[in-house]
Design a protein around this ligand. Structure first.
Ligand code: HEM
Length: 137
């Protein structure tokens, strides 16, 4: 079996499940918060873990390219912009989910609702950027 393809497939597998966790987890948290309930902290952990997996597996794509071709993928234009969008979303979402984990209990319902809305927006933006990165890379 081609080890390069296998490496890409395994990293993509983690990346796909990470995408489901950050998007589905945020939507579930947002829906729970809309009824004024405090979403279970397991949901925040799921979203945080999802963003960690996305960042690590995203870097994994670059490392595989480095290992097999001696260089990172040659990206330019729209693909670079899409990657910057993804990295910005990941940074913001990692910080926000850690804040939510630590302070959600002390925040007002309105502030928590805003935080969950933002997490949904960041996941949707990163997911949209993925389409542009895929086809402009
Ligand atoms: C945090 C940093 C991230 C990095 C560095 C990153 C990097 C990458 C790279 C290099 C690819 C392969 C592109 C290609 O096929 O040529 C990819 C694919 C993909 N990424 Fe990310 N990504 C990140 C975050 C995310 C997030 C947060 C999501 C979703 C919420 C996401 C969803 C996807 C999807 C769905 C694909 C597959 C696209 C396709 O083949 O159609 N990524 N990502």
């Amino acid at each position: 079996m081609d080890t390069q393809n296998l490496s890409y497939a395994l990293v993509q597998l983690a990346h796909n499940f990470g995408a489901v966790a950050v998007t589905g987890g945020a939507v579930a948290g947002w829906l729970a918060q809309r009824s004024d309930a405090l979403p279970p902290s397991a949901l925040v952990w799921l979203v945080l873990a999802g963003w960690i997996v996305q960042t690590a597996s995203g870097a994994g794509f670059g490392l595989i390219s480095l290992a097999y071709y001696g260089q990172f993928p040659d990206l330019h234009g729209v693909a670079v912009a899409a990657l910057v969008v993804k990295l910005s979303c990941a940074t913001a979402a990692l910080i926000l989910s850690m804040l939510l984990l630590k302070f959600a209990g002390a925040w007002s319902a309105a502030r928590r609702c805003n935080a969950w809305s933002l997490l949904v927006g960041l996941a949707a933006t990163a997911l949209s950027a993925a389409a542009f990165l895929r086809w402009f890379a």
